[in-house]
Design a protein around this ligand. Structure first.
Ligand code: HEM
Length: 173
């Protein structure tokens, strides 16, 4: 499963770097900043939207098969190469995302949200003023203790894919 994850990332990164700057193209079309574009897609994928077409199944929805990786329910986070329980919803959770903030200062939630925005910005070849990725670049190590199943990966992947479709950004994937 992780091999697939890494392969998907490699394809995404390669295509993003080789092509037109997708980030600026869509941010310009939508008249928003590149950071806002990536944040909007991320927040939509996290929260979900049942009325979108196609509907976006939220990564943090109560029925989400990957929620347990984010709420500290299990020893699934890698800290010093040890399986550790970390609550990534400690910055206000879904409510804070609904209110337009990524999380309170100093929270695990804000750190993760910022890292995800930075990383996706890098993958999408966003502009030079886009915040540089400051997390762990080793995706294998980061996700090592999650033992992500096919069902979980598909759910996560589809949430992001359908979030991009709400802005007609399907060509990202
Ligand atoms: C089922 C699929 C996935 C699940 C459940 C998942 C879950 C998580 C969780 C819980 C974390 C926090 C771990 C930590 O801070 O140590 C994390 C970190 C991260 N994930 Fe994933 N992830 C998945 C797939 C992906 C994919 C496809 C990407 C690439 C776009 C990605 C990129 C990242 C990045 C950049 C971080 C931040 C690492 C850091 O802060 O050092 N993840 N992921």
């Amino acid at each position: 499963m992780l091999t697939k994850t890494v392969a998907s990332l490699a394809i995404l990164a390669t295509s993003a770097l080789a092509q037109v700057p997708i980030c600026s193209k869509y941010a310009t079309a939508l008249n928003i900043t590149e950071t806002q574009l990536v944040e909007d897609v991320l927040v939509l994928a996290l929260l979900g939207n049942t009325t979108a077409n196609p509907p976006v199944a939220g990564i943090l929805a109560s029925s989400s098969p990957v929620l347990n990786f984010f709420n500290g329910a299990g020893l699934t986070t890698n800290r010093n190469n040890q399986p550790t329980s970390v609550n990534f919803l400690d910055g206000g959770g879904a409510a804070s995302l609904q209110n337009g903030t990524l999380g309170t200062t100093g929270s695990n939630q804000l750190t993760l949200a910022n890292h995800l925005v930075e990383y996706v910005g890098f993958l999408l070849n966003c502009n030079e003023t886009f915040p540089v990725y400051t997390g762990n670049p080793n995706m294998y190590a980061v996700h090592k203790f999650m033992n992500i199943s096919q069902t979980q990966f598909t759910y996560f992947d589809t949430a992001i894919e359908n979030a991009t479709k709400m802005w007609d950004l399907g060509s990202w994937l």
